[in-house]
Design a protein around this ligand. Structure first.
Ligand code: ZN
Length: 220
């Protein structure tokens, strides 16, 4: 066994009934659990790969044990991916993992918007929530308002999960006439192409985050 498969075996066999790697994997399937950590900070519990941003949950149908793993391990080890009880194959497996990601982000956004709307009882927030539920994205005006209010209210949220629509001319005009501070508020939610559009409309990107200066050397 290679070092890689030894690590995988050491992680999965104690949680499986079969003690043969290829058979043990057949006991496992992807659940609908998925976490987008927004930054590459997690570890695959199967192969120990670090710097993972997305973790998917897999569960063993016999032992009921669970692991949080990267999508590449799911695809590499052919862990079962199901849709409404039907086993998927080929590209459909990847598509399903992508859908889980989209759905996770959508649910996270709705949960933070609901908390904000309940806390502030503001018509504009309720309208933004209804708009997001219907379209699964926000207009630039809604996005700037919502992201600002979420941070002021200190409600946990993930700015990069919100999608902003810039297709209509009206949306572009709204972005163009926005104050720079508002543009910077919605910046994390913009795709790289949308950021280029914002720059073409005359805005500047936000300054890079200021890093803390290094600690002075200990005095002797
Ligand atoms: Zn892995």
């Amino acid at each position: 066994m290679t070092a890689f498969s030894e690590r995988v075996a050491a992680n999965i066999l104690p949680l499986s009934q079969s003690q043969t790697l290829s058979v043990a994997f057949k006991e496992w399937a992807v659940t609908d659990g998925m976490i987008d950590h927004e930054q590459a900070i997690e570890t695959c519990q199967l192969c120990d790969q670090e710097d993972l941003r997305y973790q998917y949950e897999i569960a063993n149908r016999i032992t009921r044990r669970r692991l949080w793993v990267g999508s590449s391990c799911i695809l590499r080890f052919d862990v079962a991916v199901l849709e409404k009880g039907v086993l998927l194959s080929g590209k459909d497996r990847e598509r399903k993992l992508n859908r889980l990601l989209t759905e996770t982000r959508r649910r996270t956004c709705i949960a933070s918007l609901e908390r904000l709307a309940a806390a502030e009882k503001d018509e504009r927030l309720i309208a933004a929530l209804a708009y997001y539920r219907k379209h699964e994205h926000l207009t630039p005006k809604f996005a700037a308002m919502v992201l600002w209010r979420l941070s002021v209210a200190k409600i946990e949220h993930s700015p990069t999960f919100f999608k902003v629509c810039l297709r209509r001319d009206q949306h572009k005009r709204d972005l163009q006439t926005m104050r720079l501070q508002q543009v910077h508020t919605l910046w994390p939610a913009l795709t790289s192409a949308q950021r280029q559009t914002a720059i073409a409309l005359g805005h500047r990107p936000p300054p890079p985050p200021v890093l803390a200066p290094p600690a002075p050397p200990p005095s002797s």
